[in-house]
Design a protein around this ligand. Structure first.
Ligand code: IPE
Ligand code: IPE
Ligand code: MG
Length: 260
């Protein structure tokens, strides 16, 4: 009895410190949720939760780079989040400025290319300019794509894509009958980025909340109970192991999926 328990422990420890390569999604998307609740539990203003969440962002970025994730998309601010109290939105924008300034070094040192997706025209000029500066400074780096979804909504992205296609039809450059799923994918904000394999959402919420609606069609979803500022490296690895154990069939039968 005791021996069995001990051997299980050893396996678990080994699992947490070194996920098998097949546990690594090519594109990982994360809904970083629970900052407000983290702060509330401590009788702090919500923005303190966002400030503390920044540490988790750094850990996840460094870990993904080490593990060989090719694209990491972080949901940082949604089109709906603009409706939050002015104080919180302002605090978040100031945090974006601060971290876009201070983390450029981390990106350069680790060969990480920064990309932004969303309706950036709604952002304060200071945030937009720093995003553009960091995108420009890191555009030739090939270690990993770090994609920040800011002022982003999945429906908003689709509206932009449909307008683009509509303009091409109007200009006589596109026959509507030739519109395919592939063409819609190529009309999105980042046409070259493959769909996410895994979506992680923290804080026990089981919603998509208007994130990557088109791209998540066949993503595996793993929900972590941890609030984002508490989301640890071990918990991250646990999520990757859950993903590795999933059976992705893409609509096929088990036999077909195993054969392909
Ligand atoms: C996620 O944390 C960060 C943003 C949405 C900007 P929340 O601020 O949503 O935290 P909860 O969900 O209220 O705890
Ligand atoms: C989604 O979280 C947006 C981000 C994490 C940036 P929300 O906290 O805004 O989503 P809901 O309101 O719980 O669905
Ligand atoms: Mg939330």
């Amino acid at each position: 009895m005791t021996r069995r328990a001990a051997s299980v422990d050893v396996v678990d420890q080994k699992r947490d410190s070194s996920p098998a390569p097949k546990a690594i999604p090519r594109h990982l998307a994360i809904i970083m949720d629970g900052n407000g609740r983290w702060a509330k539990k401590r009788f702090m203003p919500r923005v303190e939760g966002h400030r503390n969440g920044a540490k988790t962002v750094r850990m996840v970025v460094e870990e993904c780079r080490k593990l060989g994730v090719r694209h990491l998309t972080l949901f940082a601010f949604s089109t709906e989040n603009w409706r939050r109290p002015e104080e919180e939105v302002g605090g978040l924008m100031r945090l974006f400025v601060q971290h876009l300034e201070s983390e450029l070094e981390l990106l350069l040192k680790n060969g990480i290319r920064l990309r932004a997706m969303g309706d950036l025209s709604r952002l304060p000029a200071a945030v937009r300019e720093l995003l553009e500066r960091n995108e420009e400074r890191t555009k030739d780096l090939t270690g990993m794509d770090l994609i920040l979804a800011v002022s982003y909504g999945g429906r908003d992205e689709l509206v932009h894509a449909f307008r683009k296609l509509g303009r091409a039809v109007k200009a006589g450059e596109l026959d509507p009958e030739t519109v395919t799923e592939e063409l819609v994918s190529r009309s999105l904000y980042l046409p070259d980025v493959p769909d996410p394999d895994l979506l992680i959402r923290t804080s026990d919420e089981t919603r998509i909340s208007n994130f990557l609606l088109w791209q998540l069609a066949y993503a595996e979803i793993v929900v972590s109970p941890e609030l984002w500022p508490d989301f640890s490296r071990d918990e991250f690895h646990r999520c990757l192991h859950v993903f590795a154990g999933r059976n992705r069939r893409f609509g096929l039968t088990q036999e077909q999926a195993s054969a392909s």
